[in-house]
Design a protein around this ligand. Structure first.
Ligand code: GLN
Length: 295
């Protein structure tokens, strides 16, 4: 289609070409996301508005966004939001951008809603450990209608972002703690369900990570220097806080899942189940604890 200068299609095409020249992997898709968000139109609607002229202000703002993307800044940090499951969360460079795999973790629990009701007829309390943007806990608060949801993260700024996300969905009952694992949680807090997508990339893999991630996302949320040592502390916190018969669902590194499963078993967790993600990688580890407290 021969596009008229000054129209939406004209800028979309020029921007796509620019991003392509800068070797951005999906230039057209990114150019569309950045424009649809700027114009507050669903992406699909761009296609019925190709002839629409853009205002000078829109052109300037769009150009700024495209330049940022050409420097590899992720689209979600440029728009300040990311769709997750059936929700839309605020993100900033203080938090990890929620990943599609993590939607699968949330979905796994959502599909167990009836089983959860049978196993815990009095309701459940959920702890999202290393909560970042809050995408896991805030989604589960809406999907499972638990009695309580607790979010904790070592980063104060991350907790700040997750508070905005809870406010966005009017979830006034969620509790937030800036905490290294469970250290700053009140002593009496115990949970039927603990979920966690902690940092799980060994520092040694840093060089394989693409610049969009490495240069923009918080390293604290991504990398660990001693993956087994870190998980030993994480499992110990989870074990302290889990109720008898409780569930623990962890997102992790497929290459380490076997070691982590052995570690969890040695620390008293039971019934391990490895769950595949949609790329058929062993991404999630599901564990339980004994129904009766051991005497
Ligand atoms: N729980 C958040 C997420 O899944 C943050 C994870 C993290 O910071 N490692 O996106």
């Amino acid at each position: 289609m021969a596009e008229q200068p000054g129209t939406l299609l004209y800028y979309l095409k020029r921007s796509t070409e620019f991003l392509e020249k800068k070797e951005i992997p999906n230039p057209r898709v990114d150019a569309e996301w950045l424009l649809s968000d700027l114009l507050d139109l669903p992406r699909i609607k761009l296609y019925s508005q190709f002839e629409m002229p853009l205002s000078q202000k829109e052109i300037d703002l769009y150009r700024e966004r495209i330049v940022e993307r050409s420097k590899r800044k992720p689209v979600a940090y440029i728009t300040g939001k990311k769709g997750f499951h059936q929700f839309d969360y605020f993100v900033s460079e203080d938090v990890l951008i929620p990943r599609p795999e993590t939607e699968e973790l949330v979905d796994y629990l959502f599909k167990q809603k009836e089983t959860l009701k049978e196993e815990f007829p009095e309701g459940i309390q959920i702890w999202d450990l290393c909560s970042g943007s809050g995408c896991i806990g805030i989604s589960l608060a809406q999907l499972l209608k638990p009695n309580t949801v607790v979010l904790s993260d070592i980063s104060e700024k991350a907790i700040g972002t997750s508070k905005l996300n809870a406010e966005k969905y009017n979830l006034t009952d969620i509790q937030f703690y800036v905490s290294n694992l469970d250290e700053s949680l009140p002593n009496d807090l115990q949970f039927e369900v603990i979920v966690s997508n902690p940092p799980y990339i060994p520092e040694s893999e840093k060089e394989d990570i693409m610049p969009d991630v490495l240069d923009y996302e918080p390293h604290l949320a991504l990398f660990v220097s001693d993956i087994i040592g870190f998980h030993r502390s994480l499992f110990s916190s989870a074990k302290q806080r889990i109720k008898p018969g409780g569930w623990f669902l962890l997102e992790t590194h497929p290459s380490y899942i076997q070691d982590l499963e052995s570690l969890a078993l040695s620390m008293g967790f039971l019934s391990p189940k490895r769950i595949l993600d949609s790329s058929k990688k062993e991404r999630f580890l599901f564990l339980k604890t004994e129904r009766q407290i051991e005497s």
